[in-house]
Design a protein around this ligand. Sequence first.
Ligand SMILES: [Zn+2]
Length: 336
Amino acid sequence: MIFPFTAIVDQEEMKLGLILNVIDPSIGGLLIMGEKGTAKSTTVRALADLLPEIEVIKGCRFNCDPNGFLCIECLEKKKNGEPLEVEKKKMKVIELPLGVTEDRVVGTIDIEYAISYGKRHFEPGLLAQANRNFLYIDEVNLLEDHIVDLLLDSAAMGVNRVEREGISFFHPAKFILVGSMNPEEGELRPQFLDRFGLCVEVRALIDKNLRKEILKRKIEFDSYPEKFLEKWKSEQEKLREKIIKAKEFLPRVEIPEEIYETVVTLTSQLSLDGHRGDIVILKAAKAYAAFEQREVVKKEDIKKVAFFSLRHRLKRAPFEEPESEVKKLYELLSTL
Ligand SMILES: [Zn+2]
């Protein structure tokens, strides 16, 4: 049984970071940094219960989007004039464990099968399951380099292409990447770090009342899980509805000209690489406005999301405090 998302005490930034990615998956995922025991993986796993349904091609092993890029199997069906029906499937959180093999990630082409039966046989990997879902990696900083490269490639292309002895296979592989890590155990490669849309830092709560509440809920959940889930059911339902509404509402949200101005004023004063940060702030602010059922993005939305959109893109060891660029960002935000 999974601990309910809404019963997780505080950690608002982490929760919001995940929710905004459900509302707009193109934000590009979330990196959660923090010491052990700060509910990082509990929160990510808890998200599964709140995820909405998406439209997929019926029977497709890769969750092909009826309006998007199709896998080789759906393309062949289409070519043969077979109908591509649509069904609804709930989004999932797929976990990628450390020590995973390349084959397990990308899937395998069965050469023996091809020789014996003259037909292609593909065993899907985690990237297949992850298509249009969340892909979660705990201790992401400890992931082997060659696996990181596979993920970066597929994230850049949105496709997983496998080739073996002249037989090739491909399917869409667009996923929302969520990683969690304890920065004391090693850093992430900058190229990988930049791939995460948002980045939050979580700390153990100091407030005694909050700590007491965490303890109470944990004990209650462990002792009577069914009763606990029942108790939180309506809160879960409320939040799930709110997220679905926000997703529907998102295309209607407008970004006024002055908001573009606000964003570039902010980012042009910081040491950032490229424009990804600017794009992420705007998308996150828009998703936040949709979450609040508001049709126009406001400066407050930019303030709300700027820190977790930029924190990991600031140059010069951004996770060591006190750090001048982080301070500068705080100051700039207060003058917006
Ligand atoms: Zn397909």
